[in-house]
Design a protein around this ligand. Structure first.
Ligand code: GLA
Length: 619
């Protein structure tokens, strides 16, 4: 059990310092949890910290899944085997550069719910989630012999609001369901944040990335005795699309970690291992004042974070610098350091057909008719694309076609011919559209990135959530078709192998098992790869049916997508060598949805390329 008194933390009664590393099970393939936890332990930390994302576990409205990649108990069990305590941060809001800060998209359907407040509608949803989560958590608690030593209440609530009834509700919701380990809050090291986020009688901790003495002095005004904890010590930073890859000098970060530990404080390294925003799970920031302002910044697929343990398990120079510092304050494990996980040899995937998105609509979703275009949330859809179709009468002179309330980028077609794109970050912009006497069919495909996960503009709706205008006229009478892209098995690939124009799916095959077969020539052991799309523009990539995430070669920064070993066929990771059933070779299928211009080839590389580097902001 972890507790604290005037002098600091105690673990099972003995004086203790928490030296923790952030590692989110939902950002690591479950087949690699153990590997990453072993690396974390090798860093010298005694604890692992993870959030629990509500929207990741809620696979259908009101239904929570705790199996496979969502097996929280399995992850905690592995942590214990690796000699680590666990800190769990169940939100319900988690920030974390995660889609909608972990909240389910359906909470935005009526547009009225006051999120992260004591609005009874929101609290009822939170209670439903905790009814599912907390029974999973209880057997894992240290009070019952499990590895979970502490549980956080909400997350940096003081950066968002100051509703004390809401904070009290979250505390009470955990308590009444049986959480009886140490509970704490975590807020920025500023007065307003500590005041807005703290819960009387609960340990207050702080989040920051620099100037530890000054930040801890601020925290001391709120945690007036007992342990001081940097619950998030930001040792790197995340990346948005269109920015550079943020890095923080290892020696400089290690020196600040040393200063922090020398002061006697406890720490959680955010992140010790960042991992990957697979699928649709990357969140976004928004620098505007209102939802429809410019300033939307989607987070990249890699969550490498310039962490000590790299996205592909690398023990980086920061790992070694931190380990040395940590070794000054605690005994380091004696085991030899784990080697770099194996990597597939480079190769090139062979093209195997394409199909235009507009030719595949019927196998991807069913349209819903309504006067207005329906937002993704109104359609009951959490992620993906939405297709909208209407007819416009003619003749009409050229007038701008504008979308009011767009999340996030629209690809517009008139009678199947591309007219152009509209982006939420250019809200006033329109596409000039003239219509002939016979009228025209207007198709709009809206692509969404993650929902905003931080700040006041959390209610980030997707698709078209207001209106489409031609000149001053609002266009009404729409078919809205959800395209969640959860199942691509029925795509009608073109038989002639030709390339489809406009936003299209492209299929590739990559044999990683046999050099003779023209493949990448790997011996069949499980190994990681990095997929690159040189000359492509922007879209999504699936490997053997698993969505690795968004790519954006044109904007960067990252130029490769991390494809971890368990996803590859062949090599026996899951015993599915020869899954294509033809010749026993390891044939992998790659599907790319390119929204603009496709390149010629998909490359398998043996090195990541996270793009040009820039110094992380000083936070
Ligand atoms: C805050 C949040 C974290 C994360 C970091 C930035 O501290 O609490 O979830 O968003 O910022 O990486």
């Amino acid at each position: 059990m972890l507790s604290y008194d005037e002098t600091g933390f105690r673990r099972d009664g003995a004086p203790h310092r928490v030296i923790s590393g952030g590692l989110h099970y939902f950002r690591v393939h479950p087949g690699l949890w153990e590997d990453r936890l072993r690396r974390l332990r090798a860093l010298g930390v005694n604890t692992v910290d993870t959030y629990v994302p509500w929207n990741f576990h809620e696979t259908a409205p009101g239904r929570a899944d705790f199996t496979g990649p969502r097996d929280l108990a399995g992850f905690c069990g592995l942590a214990r085997e690796c000699g680590l305590d666990v800190i769990v941060r169940p939100g319900p809001y988690i920030c974390a550069e995660w889609e909608f800060g972990g909240l389910p998209a359906r909470l935005l359907a009526d547009g009225e719910m006051r999120l992260r407040t004591a609005d009874p509608r929101y609290l009822a949803e939170v209670d439903g989630w905790f009814d599912a989560l907390v029974p999973e958590l209880l057997p894992l608690l240290a009070s019952r012999g499990g590895p979970v030593v502490a549980v956080q209440i909400e997350n940096e609530y003081g950066s968002f609001g100051n509703d004390s009834a809401y904070r009290a509700h979250i505390e009470e919701a955990l308590l009444t369901r049986g959480v009886d380990v140490l509970m704490f809050t975590a807020d920025g090291a500023e007065d307003a944040m500590q005041q807005g986020g703290g819960v009387a009688g609960r340990l207050a901790t702080a989040t920051f990335g620099s100037r530890p003495k000054e930040r801890l002095a601020t925290l001391r005004r709120y945690q007036t005795s007992g342990p001081l904890t940097a619950m998030e010590f930001w040792i790197g930073w995340f990346d948005h699309w269109g920015e550079q890859h943020h890095v923080r000098d290892p020696e400089e970060a290690a020196a600040e970690l040393d200063e922090l530990l020398a002061s006697g404080a406890s720490v959680n390294l955010y992140m010790a291992h960042g991992g990957t925003n697979f699928g649709w799970w990357a969140g976004a920031n928004h620098t505007g004042q209102r939802p429809f302002d410019a300033g939307y910044q989607p987070t990249a697929t890699s969550y490498d974070y310039d962490a000590p343990i790299g996205e592909a398990g690398e023990l980086t120079p920061k790992f070694h610098a931190f380990r040395e510092v940590i070794g000054r304050y605690t005994a380091l494990p004696r085991d030899p350091l784990p080697p770099l996980p194996p990597r597939l040899a480079p190769g090139t995937a062979a093209g195997a057909g394409s199909v235009a998105l507009l030719d595949a609509l019927d196998v991807l979703g069913a349209p819903v008719a309504d006067s207005a275009p329906l937002s993704m949330e109104r359609l009951g859809q959490a992620h993906g694309l939405v297709h909208y179709r209407t007819r416009i009468t003619g003749p009409r002179p050229a007038m701008p076609l504008r979308i009011d309330g767009l999340g996030d980028r629209a690809h517009v077609f008139v009678d199947g011919v591309p007219l152009g794109t509209l982006d939420r970050n250019a809200p006033g912009e329109g596409l000039p559209l003239a219509v002939g006497p016979d009228g025209a069919v207007l198709d709009i495909v809206v692509r969404a990135w993650g929902r905003v996960n931080y700040g006041p503009l959390l209610d980030d709706r997707k698709g078209i959530w207001r209106a489409v205008h031609h000149g001053h006229q609002q266009l009404l009478g729409w078919e809205s078709r959800p395209l969640p892209l959860d199942d691509l098995a029925r795509l009608p690939w073109r038989a002639d192998g030709s390339r489809a124009p406009g936003p299209s799916f492209h299929r590739f095959r990559l044999d990683t098992g046999s050099a003779d077969a023209g493949g990448a020539g790997n011996a069949g052991a499980p190994a990681d790869g990095f997929l690159a799309l040189p000359g492509w523009t922007s879209g999504l990539l699936w490997l053997n049916g698993f969505l690795l995430g968004h790519y954006d070669t044109a904007r960067g920064p990252q130029q490769t997508l991390y494809a971890p070993s368990p996803l590859w066929r062949g090599g026996g990771a899951d015993g599915d060598s020869g899954a294509d059933g033809r010749d026993g070779s390891a044939c992998n299928e790659i599907v790319v949805l390119e929204m603009a211009e496709p390149g010629e080839r998909v490359e398998l590389r043996d090195e990541p390329d996270l793009g040009p580097r820039a110094a992380a902001p000083e936070v």
